[in-house]
Design a protein around this ligand. Sequence first.
Ligand SMILES: CC(C)(COP(=O)(O)OP(=O)(O)OC[C@H]1O[C@@H](n2cnc3c(N)ncnc32)[C@H](O)[C@@H]1OP(=O)(O)O)[C@@H](O)C(=O)NCCC(=O)NCCS
Length: 265
Amino acid sequence: MTDTNYSIRPLTTQPEFEECAALQREVWGISEAEAMSSITMHALAMAYPRTGQLLGGFCGEQMVALMVCLAAFEPRTGYGHMLGVLPSHRDAGLGRSLMEESIKIFRDQGGRWYCFTFDPLESRNSHLYLNRQGARGIRFKPDAYGVSGAMHGGLPMDRLLARIDLEASPQFPPPGLEQALQKYPIAVPDRMPEDEAVLVEIPVDIAALREENHEAALAASRSARLLFTEYITERGMVSCALVRGKQEGQPRSFHLLKRQTEQET
Ligand SMILES: CC(C)(COP(=O)(O)OP(=O)(O)OC[C@H]1O[C@@H](n2cnc3c(N)ncnc32)[C@H](O)[C@@H]1OP(=O)(O)O)[C@@H](O)C(=O)NCCC(=O)NCCS
């Protein structure tokens, strides 16, 4: 259960699977063919063998959010495949509650490494995963799904593969913006410092930027691709926090990239 009017429960019936597919189409703007089939959802809802989890977030009786987690072949590993909340129900804690419920079920089954991919240009998602759930962005995957960016307002679908180690010590909260800017250099494509930790700026609201200035959104995506390729893929760093705050009244968001510890490799 989450706060106010929301509740979370496993999806088990055909009408719920159909509602879940409709919700996927609405949240991601995908076609009927691209949404998960109810046959697959039946498989994910089986009591034995456990192939995954299928959760719905409800406002009253209306399904307004969904979470799909898949079992992985690697021992004690799960893969959070989909997490989506209807725009009108965002920023009310539902995404976080769904993810925490999914992680709790996974932990109760003996799971340790909870993996998923996310768009590092999405400031909200980056905050939720890196800061709130203690995930680390450990690999950068350009064009992660091998499909065009139609689902993504025409931008490339680059993703970070993130992992939460449920047995790791709790993380420190991220530094404030001012403190981070004093301590770490900002990396840009034509100046990539050799430091042990750097900041990579992302738009505060990529969805709004896509609508207002598509060229600027594309430029942000290209710049982030170069920087994540260099620091994560080539230099072996990880994204360990989203630093956000205001500078001279302007909101700004940065990924904090650091060398990974042995535990994170
Ligand atoms: C990502 C998503 C699931 C989050 O769901 P949600 O219910 O809005 O999330 P929550 O309300 O639990 O948490 C949002 C957090 O982001 C913060 N936030 C909001 N806007 C932000 C921004 N521009 N930058 C950084 N953080 C932001 C909120 O303050 C909140 O953090 P807090 O709990 O510390 O205050 C939802 O936005 C969504 O469905 N997005 C589209 C689909 C998607 O991208 N899914 C994930 C990948 S498959």
